[in-house]
Design a binder for this molecule. Structure first.
Ligand SMILES: [Zn+2]
Length: 91
């Protein structure tokens, strides 16, 4: 049995798009990972079983349904990481 958190796919898919709208936002790997992690922690996980067949139909429906939520969560995460970037501490 294989389960996956669909929100993870969606956050990663939208991450670059949303970050592109915040040019001040650092795009180093560490910040990107922090933004993705923070966004996912704010989103309720939605698990799907990755059976072949109808998975892609369901993904499309879910994508439309959760897109706004995901974009908002990423935007919030960008603000948090921007105010408190961890890359600065490690330099
Ligand atoms: Zn950074």
């Amino acid at each position: 049995m294989e389960l996956r958190n669909y929100m993870e796919d969606l956050v990663l898919e939208k991450l670059d798009d949303v970050m592109a709208q915040y040019p001040y936002c650092c795009t180093c790997d560490l910040c990107k990972r922090d933004i993705a992690t923070l966004a996912l922690n704010h989103l309720k996980p939605r698990y799907i079983s990755s059976h072949k067949g109808d998975v892609y139909t369901r993904l499309d429906e879910m994508s439309v349904q959760y897109e706004v939520e995901v974009i908002q969560a990423i935007a919030q995460a960008i603000e948090i990481v921007h105010k408190n970037p961890r890359h600065a501490e490690e330099e």
